[in-house]
Ligand binder design. Structure first.
Ligand SMILES: [Zn+2]
Length: 142
């Protein structure tokens, strides 16, 4: 019996919803660290204890390289954090996403609607899912 189709409902969020809490590569130990952006910027690494806070707009504090980022044959896959990664995974895994009329109407504005075409292609699905799962595992083993 074939597996039941999986329907994806775009929650309608934009990538901006995720960029305040980001997994990054620690500039000191190169393991996974946490970067937060609100009124100021903050970088915390539980591996090496690095803790930095921005002191003002001119202090040169920049977000380190994203942790959840990997190259595939088609292009770069990336996510700000695990919540973002999970949204991408559910989107890529879904087989019925293009049939939802609501989705067609709103997709241009949302986070998943703005994904490049190669991520949405059915024939790339398995490869993209494997890459997303590798990213998820890298947070555990980080
Ligand atoms: Zn560190």
């Amino acid at each position: 019996m074939p597996a039941a189709p999986t329907r994806f409902h775009d929650p309608g969020v934009t990538a901006d919803a995720f960029h305040r809490s980001v997994l990054v590569r620690c500039p000191r130990c190169a393991r996974v660290a946490h970067y937060a952006q609100g009124r100021g910027q903050r970088l915390v690494c539980r591996s090496c204890g690095l803790s930095r806070r921005s002191t003002g707009p001119d202090d040169g504090f920049a977000r380190p390289e994203l942790w959840l980022r990997t190259e595939t044959r088609h292009g770069t896959l990336w996510a700000y954090n695990l919540e973002h990664l999970d949204l991408l995974r559910r989107f890529v895994a879904a087989t019925l996403r293009e049939r939802d009329p609501w989705y067609e109407h709103h997709r241009k504005m949302t986070c998943v609607g703005r994904l490049p075409a190669w991520i949405k292609r059915a024939r790339n699905r398995d490869e993209v899912l494997r890459a997303l799962d590798r990213l998820r595992m890298s947070v555990v083993t980080g």
